[in-house]
Design a protein around this ligand. Structure first.
Ligand code: EPS
Length: 383
């Protein structure tokens, strides 16, 4: 399974190409659009989200609502393109002033040096987290395949600007209801109110806020990924996928950094067996991953997002032409986009889990895949 995206933030469209999906997967475009809408929400988003109403168009690989095994292409048109046609034109000469004040924390400065550009816009247009809409569309396709294999994925926000949600999360269905009902995708309504207040204060001060989201995957079969090689470990792939999201600076699996304070006797999840249930654990510090493989428990991942680097009260920078000190560029932006990042985290986890599922069970067509999964489940039930 491979997927890549293309597109600039203010260009005509974002494009996703997915190669390696089995034939016969039913695809509902409304489920893709629902996730795109979830990515757009979140208290603290900027003016751009009032312009866009992201919708995916399928331009290849699907016929009468089913995949055909050929590459699937999804296109999301940028409504804002209308306002940028002159400044982002693929042909003609440069139009409007160049951006020469790189923002600390963004790709701006290193990007213009590395790619030898004279206008920071050549870098920021692609570095922008607008690109994540294309990933969410891909993730929503994968989630439809995963649900056919009994796997569900959900992300929720646990911290914004230091305001922490309650540690004990409700069971999956209740969590999902809480997350979908919340403007910030936070199940803890008390914490959510405090998070919103923190976002309002940051906005008043021309500042921005980061935070933490948690991704859960339930119904994952044991044995996805492998212990035999570093790059086949499922935790390698999941951590890389979350780290690849713009502004993510750290990833944890299960107890994560809290393991530092736990003795081995309290750290590991003891193994039990019940004839009806099979093997099970009473704790899940491992976050569903042992030895680079899923162990059948819920996969639990967390990622921390740094505050958005575009500040309305800008930080010190240097003009890339004159080298004179100045204040960083102030593009229109968000105060906080952790809720959006959570939806992207959900998509990235879905893409990785699809990759390892297809690797283990085959990717020609859905009936063969489902039969291989049932055979595997049957073999495990006898062990
Ligand atoms: C984003 C679109 C962008 C920003 C944000 C994410 O819109 P614009 O730049 O036109 O205001 O809101 O981009 C960034 C956070 C960034 O650092 O570039 C989106 O669709 O998510």
């Amino acid at each position: 399974l491979r997927f890549i995206t293309a597109g600039e933030s203010h260009g005509p469209a974002l494009t996703t190409v997915i190669d390696g999906l089995p034939a016969g997967v039913p695809l509902d475009i409304e489920l893709i659009n629902r996730d795109l809408a979830r990515r757009q929400k979140g208290f603290g988003r900027g003016g751009r989200m009032l312009i866009e109403q992201d919708k995916a168009e399928i331009t290849a690989g699907v016929r009468f609502g089913q995949t055909m095994g050929s590459p699937v292409t999804l296109v999301i048109h940028n409504r804002d393109w209308e306002n940028w046609q002159d400044r982002m034109a693929p042909a003609g000469s440069p139009c409007g002033p160049a951006v020469t004040a790189p923002r600390p924390g963004h790709a701006d400065l290193t990007g213009v040096l590395k790619y030898d550009r004279q206008d920071v816009r050549d870098i920021l247009e692609r570095a922008s987290a607008r690109e994540t809409a294309a990933r969410v569309a891909a993730g929503a396709v994968m989630k439809q395949l995963l649900s056919a294999a009994g796997i569900q994925i959900l992300a929720h926000v646990t911290n914004i600007g230091g305001v922490q949600a309650a540690a004990a999360r409700p069971a999956f269905a209740a969590l999902q209801a809480g997350v979908l009902a919340s403007e910030l995708s936070c199940f803890d309504t008390k914490a959510e109110a405090a998070m919103k207040a923190a976002i309002l204060t940051a906005r008043e001060q021309g500042d921005s806020l980061g935070g933490i989201f948690e991704v859960l995957a339930v119904g994952v079969l044991p044995g996805l990924g492998s212990h035999v090689q570093w790059d086949r470990r499922l935790d390698t792939k999941l951590a890389a996928a979350l780290m690849s999201i713009q502004a993510i600076k750290g990833v944890e699996v299960g107890a994560g950094f809290a393991y530092a304070g736990l003795p081995g006797s309290k750290a590991h999840d003891e193994i039990y067996y019940d004839p009806a249930r099979g093997y099970y654990r009473q704790t899940n510090n491992a976050g569903g991953l042992e030895g680079g493989m899923s162990n059948g428990e819920t996969i639990v991942l967390r990622a921390v997002m740094k505050p958005i680097p575009t500040l309305m009260t800008p930080l010190a920078s240097v003009d890339i032409v004159s080298k004179a000190p100045l204040q960083a560029n102030t593009e229109r932006s968000d105060v906080c986009a952790v809720t959006a990042a959570a939806v992207v985290g959900e998509a990235m986890a879905a893409i990785v889990l699809t990759e390892v599922l297809l690797e283990k069970f085959g990717n020609d067509n859905l009936p063969d895949l489902s039969a291989a999964i049932s055979r595997y489940r049957q073999r495990l039930s006898g062990r």
